[in-house]
Every structure is written in structure tokens, then in C-alpha cells.
Design a protein around this ligand. Sequence first.
Ligand SMILES: [Mg+2]
Length: 459
Amino acid sequence: MTAGHEELCSGDHHRPTMVQESVEDFKAELYQMQNARRAIVQAIISKGIPNESDTGILRNTLAILEDSRTNADSQRLIMSGARSIPINIRDEIIGLKKDIVYLDKLSGESGEFRATEFNSVQLSEILAPYHPVSENRFYEEVEKVVIFLNHFIDKSLPIKPIFITDWDGTMKNYCSQYATNLQPVYSAIGMSEFASRFTRLSAVLTAGPLGIDPTRKNYSPHNREPGIVELTSLPIKSGPITFSGSWGREWMLNGKRVVYDDGIPDEGFDALGRLNDEMTTVLDTDEYSQFKLVGSGVQKKVDRLTLGVQTVFNQVDSDLSAKYQEAVKERMHRVDPSQQILVFETATALEVEVCVHSGTGIVWNKANGIERLLEATKTDLKEGRVLIAGDTRSDIPMVEYSLKENPEGTFALFVGQDAELDKRVRELVGDDSRVCYIACPDVFHAGLATFLSNQDQLD
Ligand SMILES: [Mg+2]
């Protein structure tokens, strides 16, 4: 990578100077690549062969992400208006590297694609080196996942189980910028296979927005923030997994977006919509356009806007972040001069939220999201088994709800390195054999692949 800097600075005219991309071009490049991933996943789960042009797009994108514009710490300078800003693209690069090795392994030495044998790929070998603690720990945790899944999937039961999972931090590791937090191919294959073969209902319940179906006609990712259906590489419309956003306030059901807006007054929607439009103008300025790629960016959810104000790597100047937040408040004042409708809240050190005052005082949580899903799909959690997966306290209401409905059949998989949370989940479930706590999403994906491969042998 040092060579790249020399290239930029030495004035060596024999080699072309690499032009920095704009925020928009960078996003467009990655969304185009994600379409290729989606096509690859679709091909593999239909037991077909992915197009070489699609796998080629993954290789080309990796080459671009690793070119001289990215330094050894995975920092890449991109243009935000007239400014050059650093973003961290480690997760994007690693996701592609893992996918390329995975696809190469599927092709085997003969180069002949073995789509029907995707469970035979040793995912652990690819993913273990990235475990936050150690490779040994990775393999130990994978073993725990396999034991847990063997216990969970009881084929003697008359009904298949339900699987409900959070996304970020649980099925997908965190990425510096939500806008390019893209799911790799390898994790979509196992999830899809598990959902369709072993569950009667599988759903993703995330805090982020739902987004717009990227496979629909005239889809354009430009000038808007993406949602989960755009970031995943799983099939969306008729796939085996149902997606939701905004804590389960919006669902993609039978290819259509269904919104549950209980407790949100009309003027709240209106004010939020207008603030979102205002934010588009704010983000078009040179000064603030970098905030499109700071953490959450600007996410419009059913009852709030979530705005990233700092990255996990502390890359944003704190004065600029403060000034940006003032600009947000100023725009709030424009759309809600009496300050009766919208509330500004500091959610974490990395993001703020502008929420609609709920007239009813009801605080919506992910359990409410599950209730809506069950209503819509005319099912309940009382029969058979339920697996709830999450990584933060906001996922606990899902476990509590499931335990209330089905105390003996609820299983919980939690991800992270938070001993307190692990303890809390174990206390709630009250049976260690129905709780699994692992350090990172990849452990689950590798454990799932091993479980699926074992099942192939049994069948
Ligand atoms: Mg999460």
C-alpha cells in the first residue's frame, strides 16, 4: 500500500494517479457488487452455477477496495463534496475475501462448480482466523453451536421450529458505515438452507430501516439510505426468510411492505418526512456530506430518524460533529417550530435519534414486532420450538415474549463478549442447554454449516 502513496505524492507521471471516488460512486460500486452477490446466492441455493460475470464482479470490487487509495489500516480516502474524508473499509474487504475463498472452494480443484455440495465446504477454515479472541476459541464455540443446534432441532416433534433473529452484531458483524454493511455470500447460503429445511418460519427483526426491494423494476440506490433488504444477499420476495425493519414496525410480507404505525400521530409522520427531506439538503452540502457514511448515516425508520454522528474509529472531528447536530436541531425547528412533535435524543456516543412523540406513551420494542409477524402469518410460538437470536439488551424482549408463550421450547443464541448479557439470558431461560453464547456471527455461520453437513450425512 505504501507504493500507492508514493504514486499519489511523488509526481511520477508514468503511472496514472488514482482519482478518489465520491461517496456516491463508492456506494454505487458496492451496491452493484451486492446485486452480484444476490445473484450468486440465488444460483447456489437453487443448486445452479453462479455466472462467472457475477463472481468476477466480486473479484474486481475487492481489487478496487484494495488499490492504492486504501492504506494498510483499511482507511480509504473518498471525496465528500470538495473534501477528502477517511472511511474504514475493513469489513467490506474482509467480507469479499472470505466470499472469494468460499467460492473457490466450491469450485474445487477441477474448477467445476459443486453447487449441490455447498455444505461440504469447511467454512470454519475460512472464518477461524478472524475470531476476536483466537482460532482455538473459534473452534470451541463452533462445537457449542453444533451441540446447541442438535438439541434445538428435534425431528421427533410434530412441528418444525420458528427462528427469529436480530441482524447487526448477530447474523452480520458490525461495519464502520451502515450504508455499506453488506452481507457476504457464505452466510446467506447456510441461513437460507437452515430456514427452508428446518424451520416453519424464519424472520429477521432489525432496528434499521426495511429499505426498498432491490430486485424490483426501476430500483435505484442513489441518494437514499439503504435498509436491510438492500444490504442482505438473501433472496427477499419469495425467499425462506422474512425481513423487517424499525424493530418490526415494517415487514416485507409477500413482496409488499406492511407498516404497523400504532401510536404514531399523523402529524408525526408528516414532520418526520419533512425532516428527512431537510436532511437530504443538509447532506448535500460539502460540509456535511461525509455524514452519509458516518455510522448509521441517516436512517428513516417508521417512528424516527437515526443519525450517525461519530464512527467507531472516532474519525469525525468532534467540533464538526457538534455543529452537524446543531444543524439537525435547526432543521427540526423548521419542521416543528412549536417543538410538540419531534424529540431529539442522544442514543449512544455514535448516534442521535429524532423520534416522534408517541401520544399513547407505549414504548414499542422488538416483542411488539414479533406479535405483528405472528398475526400476519397466522401462527404462534406456543407449539414446537423457538430460537431467538440477538446481541444486545434490545433483543431481550424477544426472549421474554417467547418464554411467556413457550417456556419449555424457547432457545436463545446470543452473540458478543458481554458476560452480563450472557448471564441475563441464562437467568431468563433457566436452562443452560437452551442457551448458546458466542463471540461473533461467523461462529454461528460456521456452526450452522457443520450442522447442515452432518444432517446431509444422516439423510
Ligand atoms: Mg444487534
